[in-house]
Write a protein that binds this ligand. Structure first.
Ligand SMILES: [Zn+2]
Length: 469
């Protein structure tokens, strides 16, 4: 099978030109001006952007959490991703306490079996190094293509690890070349504040934010950075939401330490006041870290412009408002933490980042595709359009208007964080390894086409050929 994408404006992190992209089999084999080649399928991309398939480094599909399970499984979550132009994501395997890492890996792979619409990799969330996985087992994960370890510094009594487990994992990462990812909040202090609020009868959704002040995020971010320096590992801070955590990352990067950070789409748009919406509407915005005061939104835009933050993910972690979020109707601490986003990252960042002049198109591609691919051992197989790279491509119509609404989305969740937002620009055709996934507003493949990707270690390149070996 060969595909010729003709006359589009090809935009990568570095380039911007009008040209043709020729795909043979699963990879791009030729790029040029007015290519004179025969193809089984020709896509006229005149007036369109031709972007690399986006990479989302932070998602939670089919994940048990807070007494329930996220509503999007691999099939529905990846379908939503495909419609949003995301063709590869890295999901979190959560090690159940007392369980080996090997058991957790096979559990998670079973969840994806036969359901994959796009390509995916896994991070390992380390929760237990005492009764569960051993340090030796942890050290063996990068050989299986799982080259990042995630640690929760919050969610006391559930996923949270103490500093001993955090630091031991960092030491293993320094040896194995894995990237350490932290959910940075001070879980002990937050636990005290949550208990105090509940004892005072403060149960509404807004107390989710009021018991997790931004200083607790700043403190944990700085702690993780300093411990990573002692251990000598590479550190990536997930879902940075506020100035208090941007600052220690900015300092670290200025000093040349091995620290990177991401924020998520929602932190640019949803602020604390959304949690105050009446009739339990606020519960839709209960995710962690919580929506912050609006002033932080400009801080985050500046941080992605200045490369203090290197990636924008979604932290897609979808729970139904009616039936799952309602578990916390009388107690905000029982509201399952998480929000949706896989389908609208490109819509929102293109509209409010590029069209409103906050970032350029190249930087958008870098934040949504290239940097996530580089940081997580997927580049240059993923994250760019180049000869030899996977033909994961989004043909994007920059002039087409689209209204974001739960009524037409592909996720199974019953709301959308950006309900009613009108954007100009939407993915038109989406390809995964040369296969057309989305065309004419329809998913045109059967689930099962997506693959698990064995990722390279931090800083190492992953070519399409190596990944297939
Ligand atoms: Zn997350």
């Amino acid at each position: 099978m060969s595909v010729l994408i003709k006359g589009g404006r090809v935009i990568t992190a570095a380039d911007d030109y009008v040209g043709d992209v020729y795909i043979e089999g699963e990879r791009v084999s030729l790029i040029g001006e007015s290519l004179d080649v025969e193809a089984d399928k020709v896509i006229d991309a005149g007036g369109r952007y031709v972007l690399p398939g986006l990479v989302d480094p932070h998602t939670h599909l089919d994940m048990p959490f807070g007494g329930t399970t996220t509503i999007d499984d691999v099939e529905s979550g990846q379908t939503a991703a495909a419609f949003g132009g995301t063709t590869c994501h890295v999901d979190f395997i959560i090690q159940p306490q007392g369980s080996s890492f090997a058991d957790a890996v096979s559990d998670w792979k079973a969840k994806a079996d036969g359901k994959q619409v796009i390509d995916m990799g896994y991070h390992m969330a380390v929760t237990d190094l005492r009764e569960g996985g051993s340090l030796e087992e942890l050290a063996s994960l990068p050989d299986q293509g799982i080259t990042s370890y995630k640690l929760f510094m919050a969610y006391k009594g559930a996923l949270m690890v103490d500093d001993e487990t955090l630091f031991k994992t960092m030491e293993v990462a320094a040896e194995t070349g894995a990237l350490v990812m932290v959910h940075a909040e001070n879980g002990d202090a937050i636990d005290v504040l949550v208990k105090k609020a509940l004892a005072e009868g403060k149960t509404e959704p807004k107390y989710h934010a009021l018991t997790r002040p931004p200083e607790t995020e700043g403190e944990a971010t700085n702690r993780a950075i300093q411990l990573a320096r002692v251990a000598g590992c590479n550190l990536y801070v997930v879902h940075v939401s506020c100035q208090e955590s941007v600052e220690p990352i900015a300092l670290a990067r200025e000093k040349g330490w091995d620290v990177w950070g991401e924020t998520c789409t929602q932190y640019f748009f949803v602020d604390y006041t959304f949690l105050e919406r009446p009739n339990f509407e606020g519960a839709k915005y209960v995710y962690t870290p919580p929506p912050r005061d609006k002033a932080n939104q400009d801080v985050l835009w500046a941080a992605v412009r200045n490369d203090v933050l290197s990636a924008i993910s979604t932290d897609h972690c979808a729970f139904l408002w009616d039936g799952q979020k309602t578990l916390g109707k009388d107690d905000f601490s029982k509201i399952p933490n998480g929000g949706p986003g896989l389908e609208n990252r490109l819509h929102m960042i293109h509209e409010f980042g590029v069209r409103q002049g906050r970032i350029g198109l190249n930087r958008m591609v870098e934040l949504l595709a290239t940097n996530p691919a580089k940081l997580f051992g997927l580049y240059p197989k993923k994250g760019t359009i180049a000869v030899g790279s996977d033909a994961d491509i989004v043909v994007f119509d920059p002039d087409k208007k689209h209204t974001i609404t739960a009524a037409t989305q592909h996720s199974k969740i019953d709301y959308n964080l950006y309900e009613g937002t009108e954007v100009t620009g939407t993915p038109e055709t989406v390809l995964l390894r040369g296969n057309v996934l989305v065309e004419g507003g329809e998913l045109v493949v059967e689930p099962g086409i997506g693959q698990f990707v064995k990722r390279a270690r931090f800083g190492e390149h992953l070519t399409a050929v190596e990944a297939a070996a």
